[in-house]
Design a binder for this molecule. Structure first.
Ligand code: SAH
Length: 272
């Protein structure tokens, strides 16, 4: 499997980099991720969620493969084989690799095989969705907490993590992998006491050039608005008491920029 070097010794295998491709826009990859792609000998990209244009930074002779139709075992085998041939091998994943990305399932067999690996974080779709809608996840004295979660689909939720329990915090909830289960999300929020007029945001294909769709609604009508807007897969549901705050009449100031508030980098002004 390993390439013999010209002196007849086995070369140490290459390193496998799990790189976050970002949410869709190929410009939203990190500089580090882009540089690794440009130096890579092989790329395995998650074609169901990552557009092939994300591999446009790869060198011309790079071995590029879509993992859409592969099993986990096939992916691991391919990565191991490529690590025997190239110093830099990239596994390109949507958003951030640490979120719903089967990272540990893939890296454990690599570690067992003695292959080194590392992670380059990416812009997650929750962040891209808020950016697209020009919204904030946190707001002083409204909420200072963000929960990244999902509803149970084929993967069950561990005890204590059902959406109703999480929604009881009334903080910002970013619900992944659940666009087709929006009715379930509505029921959980209602059971947790969210009002019918609570604002809900759904963003499909956030940051994808020309394909992004933003749907705004309330707890009462969001499912219907999603149906009307043709929202299917690859959408993020965000429920937050901060939504729409750009238009609020009164807003508490963030202490960080308050003239009366001193901190490490700035002294409060006398007049304030
Ligand atoms: N690791 C990814 C999440 C993968 S799970 C990340 O950090 O974003 C796939 C889910 O992510 C989808 O079901 C959808 O909820 C969300 N998602 C991925 N890309 C998206 C995008 N461009 N816009 C909105 N939601 C997206």
């Amino acid at each position: 499997m390993r390439n013999p070097d010209p002196r007849g010794e086995a070369l140490a295998p290459g390193k496998i980099w799990f790189v976050g491709a970002g949410p869709g826009d190929p410009d939203l990859i990190t500089v580090k991720g882009r540089d690794l792609l440009a130096r890579s000998g092989a790329i395995l990209y998650a074609g169901s969620l990552v557009d092939r244009t994300a591999t446009r930074y790869a060198p011309p002779d790079c071995d590029i493969r879509d993992s859409k139709d592969m099993t986990l075992e096939e992916m691991v085998d391919w990565l191991c084989e490529m690590a025997g041939r190239h110093a830099i091998v990239v596994r390109l994943q949507t958003g951030d690799p640490a979120l719903y990305g089967a990272l540990i399932e893939m890296t454990r067999p690599l570690s067992d095989a003695g292959i080194d690996w590392a992670v380059v974080p990416g812009v997650s779709s929750a962040m891209a969705s808020m950016a697209a809608a020009r919204e904030t996840m946190t707001l002083p004295e409204v909420t200072q907490t963000v929960i990244l979660t999902r509803t149970a689909g084929r993967t069950p939720m561990p005890e204590g993590e059902d959406l109703e329990a999480l929604a009881a915090h009334h903080c910002t909830l970013c619900v992944y992998l659940s666009a087709t289960l929006i009715g379930k999300v509505q029921r959980a929020l209602r059971a947790a006491g969210w009002r019918e007029d609570a604002p809900i945001l759904v963003v499909q294909k956030a940051s994808w050039p020309g394909e992004e769709k933003i749907v705004r609604g309330s707890l009462a009508d969001i499912a219907q608005k999603c149906r009307e807007g043709g929202i299917g897969r690859q959408a993020m549901i965000i429920a937050s008491p901060t939504l729409g705050s750009a238009g609020w009449e009164t807003l508490l100031r963030s202490k960080l920029y308050d003239p009366a508030f001193s901190h490490r980098y700035r002294r409060a002004s006398e007049a304030a």
